[in-house]
Design a protein around this ligand. Structure first.
Ligand SMILES: NC(=O)c1ccc[n+]([C@@H]2O[C@H](COP(=O)([O-])OP(=O)(O)OC[C@H]3O[C@@H](n4cnc5c(N)ncnc54)[C@H](OP(=O)(O)O)[C@@H]3O)[C@@H](O)[C@H]2O)c1
Length: 291
């Protein structure tokens, strides 16, 4: 039995889909408030709980052989990104789990002081790698599925908001490709006890993304490009009455201020280990937006 956390998220729902296509038994950890009917239709076992509750994690881990941790939260980082994963790892050990897959983030090892999600991911990676469990850690750059709502609004308006440096490099990975690697990592020897940086097949500049949207929808993009210091001003103001939101923006700012891309060698390594060609962002968008 596989336990998938974040089963209603961009990666998690695709992982459940793939596992169920292979007729694997899956327990999907979901919140009561989540949209999980697709998972039910795919005959995953639905476990309703909250990852902030230790007792829910204990129950969910009973009788489990594989754990795939894909959940995340920009706002409740300590409880959800950090503590819940530590608890899952402890429970994996207690229950003799055979393999633990963890979704981290590209740059988790760069020690960004102002980005709580990055710090939580780094601490969890370290805990997992020294746990004695079999593991695979994926460090994705941006996920293509995250761009779908932006692409939909671009389709309507032609507008694209690009905060900060237009030339910063990024590599967006197809969320379908990542889900496939996640599932396959359990059976591929070369993926055992490894940390993989994950990106798409091309290194993009951030300003390339609206150009791709433009090609997909045959529409000239109108790029709105405020400087990063405007976000800093907003953060300082927010900090006066909402500390949690200010911290969440710290991770967002880090993502905007730095480059997150994989080298061609890292992509070639992924393609060779997992045995398939990664798809481009444009391909992914055309597939999901039916254009
Ligand atoms: N998005 C990116 O570009 C990106 C880049 C690099 C790494 N990552 C990492 O990749 C992972 C997956 O990202 P994603 O975009 O697929 O995530 P997502 O779509 O934002 O989904 C997050 C998932 O976590 C679940 N969750 C949050 N708090 C929970 C709680 N207290 N109890 C139970 N479930 C909870 C959500 O459930 P609900 O449906 O109930 O909200 C949802 O299923 C995350 O760990 C993220 O840090 C993402």
């Amino acid at each position: 039995m596989f336990l998938v956390t974040g089963a209603t998220g961009g990666i998690g729902r695709r992982v459940v889909r793939l596992l169920r296509q292979q007729k694997m038994p899956v327990r999907a950890f979901v919140r009561l408030t989540s949209h999980y009917s697709e998972l039910e239709h795919r005959e995953a076992e639905i476990f309703i709980g909250d990852l902030r509750q230790e007792k829910d994690i204990h129950k969910a881990c009973q009788g489990i052989q594989y754990i795939i941790s894909t959940h995340g939260s920009a706002r409740d980082t300590l409880a959800v990104d950090y503590r819940a994963n530590i608890e899952l790892i402890d429970q994996a050990k207690a229950n003799g789990v055979q393999h633990f897959v963890f979704i981290s983030v590209l740059g988790a090892d760069r020690d960004y002081e102002d980005a709580t999600v990055f710090k939580a991911k780094k601490a969890v990676e370290k805990y997992l790698a020294t746990s004695g469990l079999n593991y695979t850690i994926f460090r994705p750059s941006g996920l293509a599925s995250n761009l779908l709502p932006l692409a939909e609004s671009f389709r309507e308006t032609g507008l694209y908001l690009l905060i900060g440096d237009r030339k910063n490099r990024t590599s967006i990975v197809s969320t379908d490709d990542l889900a496939k690697m996640v599932v396959d990592s359990i059976n591929i020897t070369a993926a055992q006890n490894q940390i993989f940086p994950v990106g798409g097949p091309e290194v993009l500049m951030r300003e390339d993304i609206p150009q791709i949207f433009g090609r997909v929808f045959n529409k000239e993009p109108i790029i709105i490009n405020p400087p990063l210091f405007l976000l800093d001003g907003l953060r300082s103001g927010l900090g006066l009455f909402n500390r949690e939101e200010q911290q969440a923006l710290g991770t967002f700012r880090t993502l905007l201020a730095h480059e997150f891309f994989c080298t061609p060698e890292e992509i070639a390594n992924l393609e060779s280990i997992f045995g398939f060609k990664l798809e481009t962002l444009e391909n992914f968008l055309r597939h999901y937006l039916a254009v």
